[in-house]
Design a protein around this ligand. Sequence first.
Ligand SMILES: [Cu+2]
Length: 137
Amino acid sequence: MEQAYRTVFLIALLLGILLLIQLDRVTADGRLIEIIADSDNQFKVPGQKKAVITLKAGEPVLLRITARRGGEWRKDGTVHSFTIIGLEDEGWDLLLKEGTQEFSLKAPSEPGEYKAQCTVKCGIGHNEMRMKVIVTP
Ligand SMILES: [Cu+2]
C-alpha cells in the first residue's frame, strides 16, 4: 500500500515539474501561436474556420508552424513562407520546411491589420495563400 502512495506521489511530482517547465517556456518564449501552412496552399489555425491570429503590439510570441508541401516547392526544400511584407527585417519572413518549426518573434509594434502571405511558389492557390494578423494596442 505504501508503495502505491509513493508511486502516486512521484507521478504527481513529475507532472508538476513538467507543468513548471511548460510555464517557464511560455514566459521565456512568449505566447504560443499555432499555424498550419497546409498542402492545399492555405494557412490554417487549429480550431478556427478562417485563419486569423490576434497579437498584442510588441508582445513576444512563439509561432509554431506546421508546413506541408503543396504542388510546388523550392529546390532547397522550402515549401511555404509566412511573410508580412514590410516587416521582413523584424523577422516576419519565415521560410518553412516540411514539418513543425518554432519561431520566437516580437509582434509588430504598430497596432493594425496586417496580412501574412506565402512568398514561395507552392502551386495552385499560392496567389491567395494569405491570412490576417490583427495587432491590438
Ligand atoms: Cu505559396
